[in-house]
Ligand binder design. Structure first.
Ligand code: HEC
Length: 190
């Protein structure tokens, strides 16, 4: 009887302990998700107006110059300010020094494509996971009509020329509306 009582209490203690651990992880995961979502929003709100303004003032070729300078700069600044690693990745990377996905990102991007094909809107597709001591978060970036100018199926020859000047090995074209162009990829060490 004594033995049974002791085992019972041990199991109870273990159960309570594991519940607490799970609750702790769940809470911090949603907090981390909220933080990551905010950083992604900031990235978008810094880049998109710059892109639009550049197209309006100097046309698409000028916008390519701006994008090639501003996008990596914004990612770098945000990483420094927030302590997260912040970048954009794609299965068809234009910037082949920063946007090439690692194994995890490749797998998630492939799942994003599958989810989009099944009917989920690219604007709401996200994924997050705690792996070891790292929290990883990705948010899909869908193709809108303005994107087609530089990532679409028929690119104006002058625009193509400007792209190839900066990115001689560019593969980031041929997209259509609603497809997933790539994703923001954020990592935080826990
Ligand atoms: C004026 C041309 C232009 C337009 C319009 C444009 N992009 Fe890009 N895009 C670029 C350039 C240039 C890069 C490479 C930037 C760099 O070096 O980081 C790029 C890179 C990207 C990347 C990073 C991955 C990679 O391939 O390097 C994503 C994601 C992306 N664009 C999504 C979009 C989306 C979504 C839109 C529409 C909202 C859009 N782009 C509109 C020119 C453009």
């Amino acid at each position: 009887m004594k033995n049974i009582n002791i085992s019972f209490f041990l199991i109870l203690i273990l159960a309570v302990f594991s519940l607490q651990v799970t609750a702790g992880e769940l809470m911090s995961k949603s907090e981390l998700e909220a933080e990551a979502t905010n950083i992604v929003k900031t990235f978008g709100s810094m880049l998109k107006p710059k892109l639009k303004e550049a197209i309006q003032t100097g046309g698409l070729e000028h916008a390519i110059n701006i994008c090639s300078m501003e996008a990596p700069r914004i990612a770098k600044n945000l990483s420094e300010e927030t302590g997260w690693s912040v970048k954009r990745v794609s299965l068809k990377p234009r910037n082949n020094s920063s946007a090439v996905p690692d194994t995890f990102e490749r797998k998630v991007l492939e799942q994003f494509n599958a989810r989009q094909i099944k009917g989920e809107s690219s604007s709401v597709i996200t994924f997050s996971e705690i792996i070891g001591n790292k929290f990883r978060f990705m948010k899909a970036q869908g193709v809108e009509s303005v994107c087609l100018n530089c990532h679409g199926k028929s690119i104006h020859p002058d625009v193509k020329k400007a792209i190839v000047k900066h990115y001689p090995e560019d593969v980031a074209t041929g997209y259509s509306l609603g497809q997933i162009r790539g994703a923001f990829s954020l990592v935080k060490s826990l």
